[in-house]
Design a protein around this ligand. Sequence first.
Ligand code: S3P
Length: 439
Amino acid sequence: MTDKILIKKTINPFNKKIEIEGDKSLSIRWALLASQSLGKSTSTNLLKSEDVLNTLNCLKKLGVKVNLTKNKCTIHGVGINGLKDNKKKIVLNAGNSGTLARLIMGLLVHSKNEIKLIGDKSLSKRDFKRIIKPLKKFGAKFKSNSGGLPLTIIGTNNPKPIKYSENIGSAQCKSAIMLAALNTKGKTIIKAKKSRNHSELLFKYLNIPIKTINKNKFDLIEINGGSHFQSFNYKIPSDISSAAFFIILTTLSKNSKLVIKNVNVNPTRTGVLKILRKMGANIILKKIQTYKGEKIADIQVKSAKQIKPINCPTNLNSSAIDEFLIIFLLAAKAKGISYFKNLSELNQKESPRLKWGAKILQLIGIKTITTKDSIKIYGNPNLVINKKIIIKNYLGDHRVFMSSVIAASVYGGQWTIHDKHSIKTSFPTFLKIINKIKK
Ligand code: S3P
């Protein structure tokens, strides 16, 4: 089967209501925490993407019973420190998922045997020093040539609680430390630069002893580890990072309207909505409710009259970190120059995304100036593409693929976009939904 898609036509005006798949961050966190609980946990609307399926497979390798059906996932928790890691030569494959690879290591600081962690080409290029450093402080040891994958973790039978300053603003790093703290008797204190707070909200909902103090630039998190907690059921809300592609599709389409139901609009994730509104997008949240600490809403979007350039405030970077590629493609249509800065973390993702953002913009004839952590985009409100564009060799980054499909659907041209399989990482039904909107 061919692993590329050809797009030659722009999308016609539409008026649709859609539902999209479960949030990836929450799906992975639910599974990892359910494995640590006592009893049987179930989830509905769990994202059935490769990152999440790899999470379930890794848990199975560690002795956790998992049952996945079309509508429901059940995990039989083994309690804290209960993973069966005493078999020799356990190899965990995290595939493409940084979240899985980094978070699961937090659960392994007390493993009884060496556990090897591997991943695909993209994940193997990513930085694991950010995780090794704090987990070593708990007492775990590591073997890794370059601070990347493959790596081997050698747990300690006597982990010690730690004090740690997480200065990158990485939710994966913070959450790995939190999961290690959960399994470690005593008080762990983390001073964490702002990042998504799903782990904190879940710990609170589960009555795991946690205190958080939110300051302007960082959060103080205190966890008293070592006590068991009960299993829990969870209905995973839809993923704003997946919704973002359709929000921008609608913003850039003429005379169109879209409602996306039941999306997680946790304020640590909605930087994209704030940035889009500043750029002239017409977005309204409806049916706002709180579910187990998470804010959820239906998102209504209408075509924008005009796209305005933005000097993007850096305090929105963390809460929009996965959406910048598609935001850059929106800036291509702005009437003026947009500027995004302090974004070195973008080059630490599934592919170097600052570089890929600039590359796609250059291919569609938009001038950019990039530095190692910033990009200036010279928008063209009359942007129409008339040429052939080929997108390939981008490490199969799912968000490069999906951003390119959206650009092709609104700006025209003849696009050949390789690595279609990449959507399985985070959003397997992406193309089906585009087709539904087109009909
Ligand atoms: C994630 C955190 C973010 C994000 C990633 C998912 C998470 O990475 O880019 O897609 O679920 O914790 P950081 O760890 O760099 O914040």
